[in-house]
Design a protein around this ligand. Structure first.
Ligand SMILES: *[C@@H]1O[C@H](CO)[C@@H](O)[C@H](O)[C@H]1NC(C)=O
Ligand SMILES: *[C@@H]1O[C@H](CO)[C@@H](O)[C@H](O)[C@H]1NC(C)=O
Ligand SMILES: *[C@@H]1O[C@H](CO)[C@@H](O)[C@H](O)[C@H]1NC(C)=O
Ligand SMILES: *[C@@H]1O[C@H](CO)[C@@H](O)[C@H](O)[C@H]1NC(C)=O
Ligand SMILES: *[C@@H]1O[C@H](CO)[C@@H](O)[C@H](O)[C@H]1NC(C)=O
Ligand SMILES: *[C@@H]1O[C@H](CO)[C@@H](O)[C@H](O)[C@H]1NC(C)=O
Ligand SMILES: *[C@@H]1O[C@H](CO)[C@@H](O)[C@H](O)[C@H]1NC(C)=O
Length: 467
């Protein structure tokens, strides 16, 4: 396709690339691993015994239709772990009472810094609104991934598409794709992070796509880890860069990595960050890839050859060091008057229905309504990470760098109904056991589109245009 071009230097992708069959493999590799401590070793043994065998499998998904470039050939990804809720139970059991409670009251989450003193847009409630929602139709967005097109993959209850976020003290501005593209003229906006941020990238592309004539938009992929949507008449690009742990790690290949073997180079970020330096609007996230275990393998060396030298570190401590590495980079390389920097809060997961008063051993499967305010509790580890993130951002703000936390944590926690669940492309044939027990393979990490990530983008839009 002639309108498919590589964005950098205006060079065109060779035609045969553009005509390639459009498949990309997504690997859903989110796994939990417990190691190091004796208690954790026991957990590992239990885990090995009960862990379903299908995680190593590649998920193929048709991404963009025949006339598009592959998004990433064999892109791998974090994946929901159906067994996680059992792991957590085992873990809490093994670690006993000296461990922090896993959950605490959601309403304890402190208000975010950097939000307008007039109205905290992150404090509000979900309002059912089938008049103004959804913002686009699932089938009309070519860029939808197989993990997001829930209607296409069998979901019948479509109310999850029709909830609007209503802040308590004000209204969100109405999303206007043309206004956003005007703002992005001759600019680059880039999401950096894991598959949740990639989902938000897809959402934003879906939100602007319909207002651009087909011939005036294009798609490009820059190896190794970035993809971009281009609005040609505006010379505007909306990109995604894969860096699931923000800093460097052995999971930086979007196609080939294993969450359970991850080793994080907490002090190194340059390999990624050089791709961010000319970007005008940066939206970071990094959460789930840290959260899955209480300790994480940390390396201070470069990843050349086998990763032999690592130490185990408490997850939160490693996260803090990584955020410092990130904020040091921001401080040196970002000019606040040119670049807007955002950091997304924690995208919620809904693996334990008990947490919202649901059936034991269930998860987000068959949930069709959001949680209404009050009573629902958020994980302690999530709060710890949110606190760490705020501290890093506050430090930057004290040094004059305006970084905004988009505090999507709480509003996402309410949306137990909005996950992909079983309504996504299943690229591996399910076992009979799985088919008989849908709850075991429901994806309670990622989100359907149209849906929750659209609201994250409305919040982002409010900041970009009105702050
Ligand atoms: C991933 O794709 C590359 C080429 O794009 C190929 O060489 C490699 O074998 C693939 N890896 C797997 C695990 O399929
Ligand atoms: C919107 O929802 C209301 C209440 O659930 C229902 O009565 C009405 O038919 C719906 N309208 C549309 C267009 O779906
Ligand atoms: C959207 O924004 C454009 C450009 O700022 C403006 O011309 C247009 O009137 C807006 N549309 C709506 C419905 O507000
Ligand atoms: C197009 O946008 C890029 C930034 O994304 C900028 O460097 C370049 O100068 C722009 N081109 C024109 C013709 O303005
Ligand atoms: C920051 O960007 C502004 C606007 O582009 C420019 O005027 C200023 O010189 C830059 N500051 C530095 C330190 O580069
Ligand atoms: C959560 O906290 C709020 C206010 O702090 C309180 O009113 C509510 O009862 C608490 N809910 C639970 C389940 O503890
Ligand atoms: C999955 O099942 C279909 C038939 O239902 C079969 O044709 C296909 O070969 C199977 N794929 C694998 C990888 O087992």
């Amino acid at each position: 396709m002639h309108d498919e071009r590589i964005k950098s230097n205006g060079t065109r992708e060779p035609n045969q690339m553009a005509h390639k069959a459009q498949t990309a493999a997504t690997r859903w590799g989110l796994r939990s691993i417990f190691s190091s401590l004796v208690a954790l070793l026991i957990a590992t043994i239990i885990l090995a015994a009960i862990y379903p065998a299908h995680y190593g499998e590649k998920q193929l998904s048709f991404l963009l239709g025949r006339d598009r470039e592959p998004l990433f050939s064999n892109l791998t990804d974090i994946a929901p772990s159906p067994a996680t809720s059992s792991f957590e139970k085992q873990l809490s059991f093994l670690l006993g009472r000296d461990r922090e409670p896993l959950f605490s009251n959601l309403t304890d989450i402190a208000p975010s810094p950097g939000t307008s003193s007039l109205c905290d847009v992150f404090s509000g409630s979900w309002v059912f609104d089938n008049v103004s929602r959804p913002l686009y139709k699932e089938g009309q967005c070519k860029y939808m991934l197989g993990q997001q097109a829930c209607g296409k993959f069998g979901r019948k209850d479509l109310k999850y598409q029709q909830w609007r976020w209503q802040p308590h003290g004000c209204d969100l501005p109405r999303f206007n794709a043309t206004a956003l593209l005007e703002r992005l003229r001759n600019k680059r906006l880039m999401f950096v992070g894991d598959s949740l941020n990639r989902g938000q990238w897809v959402s934003l592309v879906c939100m602007v796509e319909s207002s651009i004539p087909k011939k005036r938009r294009s798609f490009s992929s820059r190896r190794p880890a970035s993809i971009g949507f281009n609005a040609l008449d505006y010379n505007a690009t909306i990109e995604f860069y894969w860096a699931p742990l923000l800093v460097e790690s052995n999971c930086d290949d979007p196609m080939n990595h294993h969450l359970d073997n991850r080793i994080v180079r907490v002090g190194a970020i340059g390999k990624h960050a050089r791709h961010w330096s000319d970007v005008d609007i940066l939206i970071f996230n990094s959460y789930l890839w840290w959260r899955e275990s209480p300790e994480i393998k940390v390396s201070w060396e470069s990843f050349v050859g086998p990763d032999k030298n690592y130490e185990m570190m408490k997850m939160l401590r490693a996260y803090k060091i990584a955020l410092n590495t990130w904020s040091d980079w921001i401080q040196v390389h970002v000019n606040s008057s040119k670049t807007q920097v955002f950091f997304n809060g924690m995208s919620a997961t809904h693996e334990r229905a008990e947490d919202w008063g649901g059936i034991a051993d269930h998860n987000c499967f068959e949930e069709t309504e959001p949680i209404t305010e009050g009573g629902y509790r958020v994980r302690r580890s999530t709060r710890g990470m949110m606190h760490t993130l705020r501290k890093a951002v506050n430090k930057l703000q004290k040094r004059g760098l305006d970084v905004h936390v988009l505090d999507i944590t709480k509003l996402s926690e309410y949306r137990k109904d909005a996950h992909s669940s079983i309504y996504k492309e299943q690229t591996k044939n399910l076992t009979q056991h799985q088919m008989a027990n849908p709850v075991t393979y429901a994806d309670c990490f990622h989100w359907c589109l149209p849906g929750l990530p659209d609201v994250w983008n409305e919040l982002l839009y409010a900041y970009i245009l009105h702050n």
